[in-house]
Design a protein around this ligand. Sequence first.
Ligand code: ADP
Ligand code: MG
Length: 271
Amino acid sequence: MSAILEVKNLTVRYERHVAVENVSFSIEEGDYAAIIGENGSGKSTLVKSLVGLIPPFAGEIVMHGMEKREIGYLPQSTIVQKDFPASVTEVVLTGCLGNERRIGPFYTKKQKKTAEENMELLGITPFAKKSFRALSGGQQQRVLLARALCATKKLLILDEPASVLDPVVTHDLYTVLHKLNRERGITVLMVSHDIHCALEQAKTILHMGRSLLFCGTADAYYDTELYHRMTGSCGEHFANHGHMGHAALEHHHAEHQNGDNQTERGESTCM
Ligand code: ADP
Ligand code: MG
């Protein structure tokens, strides 16, 4: 196994605000990795930087055997996006825009075929001509996943794909992602707002708290103090007191900077 993505000392800023600080890790080809962490911990900023939407302030992002434009990206959903006035096919086809030149305003036969195949794979062919905004949340996520698949054969990066879905549809979505990971060998890097779900789904866990607080296997994560802190008081403390939660994490980070557990340092590298 070799790394498909390497992040080296990455810092990302919004003007003077540091959102991602000195983060280093690598993702192996074929991995299924989850990025977790509280609201505002820099998860979306990190993945936006990985896909080339926000330039690094410092550090490097190195891709192996592919380019940034070949990443399939499913952004965190926004109201605007949900109300997009285009047909399902049109939305899926936009995923093909990065990988090949269009001839004039038209898509090539190959691009149309790719879109059709991915729509079939995700079971959205029956809605092909429907308006995207007329679909349910679960159907919309499938459309956006088909769009992301048009852009890639290797690496999917998804930002909270399940946050807008009910549990049954979420289960369907994870089933599809596992299938893509196992059967097509697509590497998956997914931001998740739900620690339990992430631990159930992913092989590798990255826990963000502006810097990287943990990077390692899901099994190793269960043994960390970080896991116990996050889940022990999860329901009340962290949900209702986001700022305090964040401060607690920062404190935890400082503690572990002095500890001797390599995987819990800010500059950890995935196995
Ligand atoms: P997460 O996805 O973990 O919730 P984000 O990456 O969205 O976190 O945000 C990280 C930090 O950067 C937060 O403090 C947030 O307020 C700030 N931030 C996010 N987007 C912007 C932006 N466009 N301009 C300025 N600050 C931002
Ligand atoms: Mg986010």
